[in-house]
Design a protein around this ligand. Structure first.
Ligand code: ZN
Length: 66
């Protein structure tokens, strides 16, 4: 039987303060497999996906009316 090599690249989650609505319910996901950082907030649906060097791949910030 061969041993399965444990995956060293794992997703890390960090709780942060949402830059859009200001609450602390946002989460930042580090995805080393894809070399991206994904920030999302469940309260206001804020979404930000950053690639290498802080390049913004996708961003969505709701509730910016008025
Ligand atoms: Zn938010």
């Amino acid at each position: 039987m061969s041993k399965l090599k444990e995956k060293s690249l794992s997703t890390q989650v960090q709780r942060i303060c949402c830059p859009n609505c200001g609450c602390s319910a946002a989460e930042r996901y580090f995805l080393p497999e894809y070399r991206i950082i994904r920030t999302q907030c469940g309260t206001c649906d804020y979404l930000m996906v950053m690639g290498e060097g802080g390049k913004v791949i996708e961003a969505y910030a709701p509730g910016q009316d008025s």
